[in-house]
Design a binder for this molecule. Sequence first.
Ligand code: HEC
Length: 269
Amino acid sequence: MRLYSASLRAFAESVAIQCYIAMRSKIALFAILILTTLTAENAPIPPKQNWSFAKLTGTFDRGSLQRGFQVYKQVCAACHSIKYISFRHLKALGLSDAEIKVLASQYQIKDGPNDDGEMFERPGRPSDYFPRVYANDKQARAANNGALPPDLSLIVKARLEGADYIYALLTGFKDKSDFKGSPGQYYNEYFPGHAISMAPPLSEGLVAYNDGTKPTVQQMACDVTTFLAWASEPEVEQRKQLGLKVLMYLLVMTGLFWVTMRRIWKTIR
Ligand code: HEC
């Protein structure tokens, strides 16, 4: 529910502000608040996708998760960290302990201080978290034209339309001749304001999937979004399973209580 037209928004806001000034009405103040929230982002609503994990009994497609991690590792990891994910978490993707050990050892992790008081680097262990890509935010901005590539571990939760938005963003780059962004900015249909400082990260055939899936832009976007949705909420499968069990339990209890109530009231009547 968003108003698209900027002029309509400005008009509605100025009316609400006038009402507030004239009447000091709390309702007008409330209307201003609602209007600013509803119209904060002037980007189209991303189309709904049919995510396997969004359903009531939803689970993550393991193949898609693994391919998505591959896309993250080979493409997005050049700029984006996933600092809340540790190597051992990847067991949920179907990686074996041995594979995780090998993967972790390919990363250099800062540790220490040692007995001389110095920090040092060592190969990663399964219990380590994915290291940062840049030493700090300033370095990240310096390398990206002043824009900060956000950490992606919670990005699906951090955006209003979640996975639909991430997918739409990754597939929403367009060549627009009348686009006037500053240098290093690209037109994206779904990014608020449309000028994003991230070059289109995906292109046809960018990664080589080893399960025979065709690496189209849409496929890679879908896989990496599935991976990021998992990263944002790794416990979603257990949560849904437990939720279903609780619902069943409550249903049975409701039946039992109803029968009990009937019996008790029968003798009283
Ligand atoms: C060359 C560096 C680079 C690569 C590679 C890259 N990004 Fe980005 N990304 C950026 C920068 C810089 C921004 C910040 C853009 C801005 O604020 O205008 C960004 C922003 C984002 C955002 C946040 C958009 C928002 O709503 O704020 C998402 C999501 C994202 N990238 C996902 C990805 C994914 C997924 C990949 C891999 C397929 C990827 N990026 C690859 C540099 C990169």
